[in-house]
Design a protein around this ligand. Structure first.
Ligand SMILES: [Zn+2]
Length: 172
């Protein structure tokens, strides 16, 4: 395993569509392992392959809810429900945190690293993370999801502080 260089906001690759993964082989596993290491090294809670300059539809997510790391290959959101607001950041956009609008609940379909298909319902912070990372695979950044009428910043920042105190940093 090795860390890889995270591409930054200005890099045009972040606006590209990632491609469907068809080979669930050692090259993919190495990429996923490197992505996890890179995410942990930068204290992120999620990372998409495009952020390490690979246009594969591959995502890693690790939030502090006891589940450990989740790998999502070829992830698609098939259902969205409700609305939630969250202050998001991104490893490719360091130092910028803004309030976004996201669905409260989603259904996501994805393959795991062995090509096995999964259907999962996610809500709350996990749903935000999935949406953020799946957007990356479609060339969309959280800056495209900003709430035009942000809430009281203090209230949301208090929640973000709490999350950090629980060692659960804001979405990357
Ligand atoms: Zn991001």
């Amino acid at each position: 395993m090795a860390t890889r260089k995270v591409v930054l906001k200005e890099d045009p690759i972040l606006r590209k569509q990632s491609r469907t993964v068809t080979k669930f082989d050692e090259r993919l596993w190495e990429l996923l392992d490197d992505m996890a290491e890179t995410m942990y090294a930068d204290e992120g809670v999620g990372l998409a392959a495009v952020q390490v300059a690979s246009l594969k539809r591959a995502i890693v997510v690790a939030i502090q809810d006891g589940r450990g790391i989740t790998e999502l290959i070829n992830a698609e959101i098939t259902h969205r429900e409700g609305t939630q607001y969250e202050i998001e950041g991104c490893l490719s956009i360091p130092g910028e945190y803004y309030e976004t609008i996201r669905p409260e609940k989603i259904t996501v379909e994805y393959d795991d690293r062995y090509g096995e298909h999964h259907v999962e319902d996610a809500e709350g912070f996990r749903a935000v993370c999935y949406c953020h990372e799946i957007d990356h695979t479609n060339g969309i950044l959280f800056l495209d999801r900003l709430n035009p009428e942000p809430h009281d910043r203090e209230e949301l920042e208090e929640r973000a502080r709490k999350r950090r105190a629980e060692k659960q940093p804001t979405v990357k």
